[in-house]
Design a protein around this ligand. Structure first.
Ligand code: HAX
Length: 440
C-alpha cells in the first residue's frame, strides 16, 4: 500500500469509528429547520451533507481542513524558488488533514507521473468531435471515455466486498487526477493549435507540467497556475460541481462517471463558466467603449446597461459568501506583486470599485462582491492564454482534487445513496392549510 493510501486508511478508520459512536449517541439531534423559501429557493443554507476536505464560512471564505488561503500560501510546499503552493500539497492535506512535507509532495508528483498514461482511444474519442465543440464538452467526454479503465467498476463487476470500495475509489482518484492534465492539454492543443501536441515533462510538478503541455514555459505563468489550481480545488460540498460528484457517486457510479457529471455542472454560466463569461463581458465593454483604459464612470454606465438588458454581472455574487472572495483577493495580491501594469488587470480592479455599490443599490443581490471568477481571465490573458472558451477546463482540472478527495471519504465512511424528499405545489398548499390553517 502506498504511503498516502496507508495514511488515508488509518485516518479514515479512526474517523469512521468516531462517526459511528457520534451517530449512535446523537443521531436524533436536530441541526436545521427548513423553510418554504428554501424548498423553492435552491435549498440555500440547508445543512444536510457531509464533506471533509473544506468548509465555507459566509464572512471569512473557504478553509481547507481548517487552513485559510493565505495560510495555505504560506505553509504548503512550493516549487524550487517559487512563491505559490503546489496543488499536490493541497490534495494531500484534503485527503488526510495534515500539511505534507516537501518529500511527501515530491512523492505524490512522481506517483501521479507514473499513473498519467492516457489510453489512446480517449484521444480518438475527443478527435471525433467537431472542432467547435466547447472545451468543457470535450473534457466531459474525455473523462467518460476513460471510464472503461475504472478500477472501481472492474472490481465491482467481479463481486468486490463493500469494505474495499474505498480502496478502488482511491485508485481511480489517483489515476484520474494524474491523467487529467494530459487530457485537458490535448483538448487545448487540438482546438487552438492545429493538433500540435506537446510531450509531458516529468521533471515538472503537476501544475507546471500541465502549463508546459498547454504550450507555456514562462515561470511566472507556472507560478500563477500553481496558485490557480490550488484555490479552485474545493469550496465545500454544496456547490453544483461538488454536489453533483457526491450525488452521482452515491449511486456507486465510479469516479469517472461522477466527475464527468460534475464537469457538466461546472460548465454552467452561473458556476464555473463564469470565468469565460467575465472576460467576454470585459472585452465587449472595451470594444464598445473603444478604449483599453475605461474610466470608472464609463464602466459604471456599462454595468448598468448590462443589468437593464436583464443579464447578470459575471464574476459577482455568490450563493454563500457575503464578503469579497478570498480566492479573488489571492489573485489580486498575486497580480499586485507580479503584473501591476496590465491594462486588463487594472480594469478588473476598477470593476471591483464600481460594481458592488451598483449591485447593492438593486436591493435584492445578497452578495455584491467579486467571486473567484472575476479575476482569473485577466491573469490568463496577460500570460498569453487568450482562448477564453477554455478557461473553465482549467477550473475543472483543479476541481478534481477536492471533489475526488471527498469521494474517497464518502466511500470509506460508507455514505449511502443520496435521496432527499421533494414535494409538489399542491402538497405545499395542503400542508399550509393543515398545519397553519392558511388559506392558499
Ligand atoms: N448580477 C446581477 N444580478 C445578480 C447578480 C449579479 N452578479 N448576483 C445575483 N443577482 C440577482 C439574482 O439574479 C437574483 O435576481 P432575481 O431575484 O431577479 O432572480 C437576485 O440577485 C438574488 O440573488 P442572490 O440570492 O443574491 O444570488 P443567488 O444565490 O441566487 O445566485 C449566483 C448566486 C452566483 C448564481 C449569482 O450571484 C450570479 O448569477 N452571479 C453571476 C454569475 C457568477 O459569477 N457565477 C459564479 C459564482 C461563483 C462560482 O460558482 N464559480 O464557479
Amino acid at each position: 500500500m502506498d504511503q498516502l493510501k496507508q495514511l488515508f486508511y488509518e485516518k479514515a478508520q479512526n474517523a469512521a469509528k468516531e462517526v459511528k459512536e457520534l451517530l449512535k449517541e446523537h443521531g436524533d439531534k436536530k441541526v436545521d429547520d427548513v423553510l418554504l423559501d428554501q424548498v423553492f429557493g435552491g435549498m440555500r443554507d440547508i445543512t444536510c451533507m457531509l464533506w471533509e476536505p473544506s468548509l465555507l464560512d459566509a464572512e471569512e471564505g473557504i478553509r481547507f481542513r481548517g487552513y485559510s488561503i493565505p495560510e495555505l500560501r504560506e505553509k504548503l510546499p512550493r516549487a524550487e524558488g517559487g512563491t505559490e503552493p503546489l496543488p499536490e500539497g493541497l490534495f494531500w492535506l484534503m485527503m488526510v488533514g495534515e500539511i505534507p512535507t516537501k518529500e511527501q509532495v515530491k512523492w505524490l508528483t512522481e506517483n501521479w507521473n507514473r499513473r498519467a498514461n492516457v489510453p489512446e482511444h480517449v484521444f480518438r474519442a475527443i478527435d471525433s468531435l467537431p472542432h467547435d465543440t466547447h472545451p468543457m464538452t470535450q473534457l466531459s467526454i474525455g473523462v467518460l471515455a476513460m471510464q472503461n479503465t475504472s478500477v472501481f467498476a472492474q472490481r465491482y463487476n467481479t463481486g468486490m466486498n463493500k469494505s474495499e470500495y474505498w480502496d478502488a475509489t482511491y485508485e481511480d482518484t489517483m489515476n484520474l487526477v494524474a491523467r487529467l492534465p494530459r487530457v485537458a492539454a490535448y483538448i487545448f492543443r487540438r482546438t487552438y493549435h492545429n493538433g500540435e501536441h506537446i510531450l509531458p515533462d516529468i521533471s515538472l510538478d503537476w501544475a507546471g507540467n500541465y502549463t508546459h503541455m498547454l504550450g507555456f514555459n514562462d515561470e511566472g505563468f507556472h507560478e500563477y497556475m500553481r496558485l490557480f489550481l490550488t484555490i479552485h480545488a474545493d469550496h465545500e460540498g454544496g456547490n453544483a460541481s461538488a454536489h453533483t460528484t457526491h450525488l452521482v457517486g452515491s449511486t456507486l457510479s465510479d469516479p469517472y462517471l461522477a466527475f464527468s457529471a460534475a464537469m457538466n455542472a461546472l460548465a454552467g454560466p452561473l458556476h464555473g463558466l463564469a470565468n469565460q463569461e467575465v472576460i467576454r463581458w470585459i472585452q465587449k465593454m472595451v470594444d464598445t467603449l473603444g478604449t483599453s483604459k475605461p474610466t470608472r464612470e464609463q464602466i459604471s454606465e456599462y454595468v448598468k446597461s448590462t443589468l437593464t438588458g436583464g443579464r447578470v454581472i459575471p464574476g459577482y455574487g455568490h450563493a454563500v459568501l457575503r464578503k469579497p472572495d478570498p480566492r479573488f483577493m489571492a489573485q489580486r495580491q498575486f497580480a499586485e506583486d507580479n503584473i501591476p501594469d496590465s491594462d486588463l488587470v487594472k480594469i478588473v480592479w476598477k470593476i471591483f470599485d464600481v460594481v458592488p455599490p451598483i449591485l447593492s443599490s438593486l436591493g435584492k443581490v445578497k452578495n455584491p462582491w467579486p467571486n473567484v471568477d472575476a479575476h482569473s481571465g485577466a491573469m490568463l490573458i496577460h500570460y498569453g492564454l487568450k482562448e477564453f472558451n477554455y478557461y473553465t477546463v482549467l477550473f475543472g482540472v483543479s476541481r478534481s482534487l477536492g471533489v475526488l478527495a471527498a469521494t474517497c471519504w464518502s466511500r470509506v465512511l460508507g455514505l449511502p445513496l443520496e435521496r432527499p424528499k421533494s414535494v409538489t405545489i399542491d402538497w405545499v398548499k395542503e400542508y399550509l392549510a393543515k398545519e397553519y390553517k392558511a388559506v392558499v
